[in-house]
Design a protein. Structure first.
Ligand code: MLT
Length: 270
């Protein structure tokens, strides 16, 4: 589906409409909503699942960047209004997690719970910021396909990389992104603010999910983040790297289903 959201065309899909509990699933970089295809059938049995392509990604419009986490968060709040949802569990992987933190900072009354997958609360270091600029040059000069081949070994566990079904799916989604969209996203990732100071004040149920072999946001970093959030539970997914929902969908679905069941029981009043 396509909506006119914050002045641009934003693509999204909805599953399980009619379920009272809503779940927004925000993809990582450089991906789009299709990275959740292994989740939606299972989750739609218990939740109204909304899966957007963030601005600059997938089938959404590619306006000039950089795409700040705040802008994405405001797009997501407008999208929830557009589909008639007042409060939702906000789920995000990596960049989607950064957007979830921005959403919490700006729209917390709309947050029923947070599912934070393979992500981190801190902003980019100086070195990471310089790497974002180098990545922008790389994608402009070498193109999307070469950029994706650089990324795949960093985001997939070795066994996933060797599994052509998983690797080809990740490659297919990443390769469909545009140079301008990737550059706009990199600028927003580089400039994002640090969310660590908000962690102790998060007072909704939180699930933290990390791939055991995630090299970008390793389990130890995720555990540190989870420990700073009062009501967080952490689940480590074996044989998964940074793209755990794509690499080990059954294990991630089980964790999300259990979390959604607990959240709908514990937060019916909020
Ligand atoms: C992602 O998967 O969204 C990216 O790894 C985020 C990042 O590069 O910080």
């Amino acid at each position: 589906m396509m909506g006119e959201i914050s002045g641009i065309r934003l693509a999204y899909e909805e599953y399980g409409r009619g379920n009272p509990l809503a779940l927004l699933l925000i993809h990582g970089f450089p991906l789009d909503g299709r990275m959740w295809l292994g989740q939606v059938a299972a989750l739609a049995e218990v939740a109204h699942v909304i899966v957007p392509d963030l601005r600059g990604h997938g089938r959404s419009e590619v306006p000039p960047g950089p795409y700040t986490m705040e802008q994405h968060a405001d797009d997501m709040a407008t999208l929830l209004e557009h589909v008639g949802v007042e409060r939702a569990v906000i789920g995000g992987l990596s960049m989607g997690g950064y957007v979830a933190f921005a959403f919490w900072r700006r729209h917390r009354a709309r947050v029923r719970g947070l599912a934070l997958l393979d992500t981190r609360a801190e902003g980019d270091s100086e070195a990471a910021r310089a790497n974002r600029d180098a990545s922008m040059r790389r994608v402009r000069e070498a193109g999307v396909a070469a950029f994706v081949e650089d990324m795949l070994p960093r985001v997939l566990a070795p066994a996933s990389l060797a599994d052509s079904t998983i690797a080809d799916e990740a490659r297919r989604i990443m390769a469909a992104q545009s140079v301008e969209g990737i550059v706009g996203a990199l600028g927003g990732l580089r400039d994002r603010s640090d969310s660590r100071s908000v962690l102790p004040g998060i007072d909704v149920p939180v699930l933290v999910v990390g791939g055991a072999e995630d090299a970008l946001t390793p389990p130890a970093d995720m555990e540190e983040m989870a420990a700073a959030i009062p009501a967080a539970r952490m689940i480590v997914i074996p044989r998964a790297g940074h793209l755990s929902p794509l690499e080990q969908p059954a294990a991630v679905n089980e964790a999300l289903m259990r979390f959604l069941a607990q959240t709908s029981r514990s937060h019916t009043q909020k």
